[in-house]
Design a protein around this ligand. Structure first.
Ligand SMILES: CSC[C@H]1O[C@H](OP(=O)(O)O)[C@H](O)[C@@H]1O
Length: 351
């Protein structure tokens, strides 16, 4: 298996990931050939972003199987282990459920390595295609000269392609729409100020970093024309989980009557999740809040302070202007009419 994307690459069966905890100032590639290595990379957000987590997991399973040989039982065990690395992003769950289902149904005489390689190639190919489709759909909404606010990182560091919300921004810029991007720093791990800024700067897309608590003031000054965010899991009623701080943006956008969109592959819709209160929310190490961008060098709070560190929040669907997927744009009315229930998920067969 050979591929090369911004944050993950596989050369002659050797898998590496770009350690996103060190960006933007250090570009360090780490080995990721072993499931145990990949589990740690995902857990500490060296690998992050809902679609990329699924891609990295399945690529590691394929590489390890190719290098060491395997059995269906061992692959299933390793898949379930990687599935437990982070609870909120549904892309990882879809991939692991699909792979374990195929392994359990496979012919005992077949080589499970061939199966996992095929699933890995299919997942990667589909994610790249979905990125391109949703970016084109979303860019059709962007008017010339818009100021767009985005949260966290939803670009080529979070997917094996142009990105989700950031993919829309890239496509609008490519179409010459003269946009400016306001980038929420996205405390506590600064995925926006570090990673989205890294991507936009490298491509000359105009941007301004802001603290998360500045978004409302910018909206009150009529400096934001549209909000674009990603998602880690979408319930079929349009509620969705995304990086902590997204819900606040949605409420502010609703108050200021600013279009608010989530952008994601259809594989982020969880058909087993009928509303946002069913989405598991990951709580992370309090030390991330007490440090700066995860580092512990600056201890600014009183020792022994209590800390709450949910990595995501849930935004109700009624605050979303429209959901932009690779399969199209879904406004509130169509979502209320059940359009998300009928989406194709993960594989090519209609479910
Ligand atoms: C297209 S990435 C979707 C989603 O993943 C990010 O979370 P994390 O950085 O914790 O992996 C963020 O919520 C993005 O919006």
């Amino acid at each position: 298996m050979n591929f090369e994307y911004l944050s993950i690459r596989c050369r002659h069966g050797h898998l590496e990931i770009l350690d996103q905890t060190l960006l933007p100032h250090e570009e360090v590639w780490l080995n990721a050939n072993e499931v145990s290595e990949m589990f740690d990379h995902i857990k500490r957000l060296a690998v992050r972003g809902a679609p990329l987590i699924a891609v990295a997991a399945v690529a590691c399973l394929a590489v390890q199987a190719s290098r060491e040989g395997t059995t269906a039982e061992k692959l299933i065990k390793d898949t379930l282990h990687l599935k437990s690395s982070r609870p909120t992003a549904v892309n990882l769950m879809h991939m692991s459920d699909e792979l374990t289902s195929q392994l359990r149904q496979s012919d005992p005489s077949s080589n499970p390595r061939d199966l996992v390689l095929k699933v890995a190639e299919d997942v990667i190919k589909k994610e790249v295609q979905m990125n391109q489709s949703m970016s084109r759909h979303g860019a059709s909404l962007i008017q010339n000269g818009e100021n767009i606010l985005t949260h966290c990182n939803t670009g080529s560091l979070a997917t094996p392609g142009v990105g989700t919300a950031l993919g829309v921004i890239r496509e609008a810029h490519r179409q010459g729409k003269n946009i400016h991007v306001y980038v929420d720093e996205t405390r506590p791990l600064l995925q926006g100020g570090r990673l989205t800024a890294y991507e936009l700067k490298s491509e000359g897309i105009p941007f301004t970093i802001i603290c998360d608590n500045m978004a409302g003031f910018l909206m009150s000054q009529k400096k934001i024309d549209r909000v674009l965010v990603g998602s880690d899991r979408i319930a079929t009623n349009g509620d969705f989980a995304n990086k902590i701080g997204t819900y606040s943006l949605a409420v502010l956008a609703d108050y200021h009557k600013i279009p608010f969109h989530l952008v994601a592959p259809a594989s982020t819709v969880d058909p087993d999740c009928s509303s946002g209160n069913e989405i598991p929310i990951e709580e992370r190490n309090p030390a991330e809040v007490l440090g700066v961008s995860g580092s512990q060098s600056v201890q600014w709070a009183p020792t022994g302070s209590n800390v709450y560190n949910p990595a995501f929040d849930v935004t109700p669907g009624h605050l979303v202007t429209s959901i932009i997927l690779d399969t199209g744009i879904y406004d509130r009315q169509s979502i209320q009419n059940g359009s998300l229930h009928k989406l194709k998920f993960f594989d090519s067969e209609e479910k």
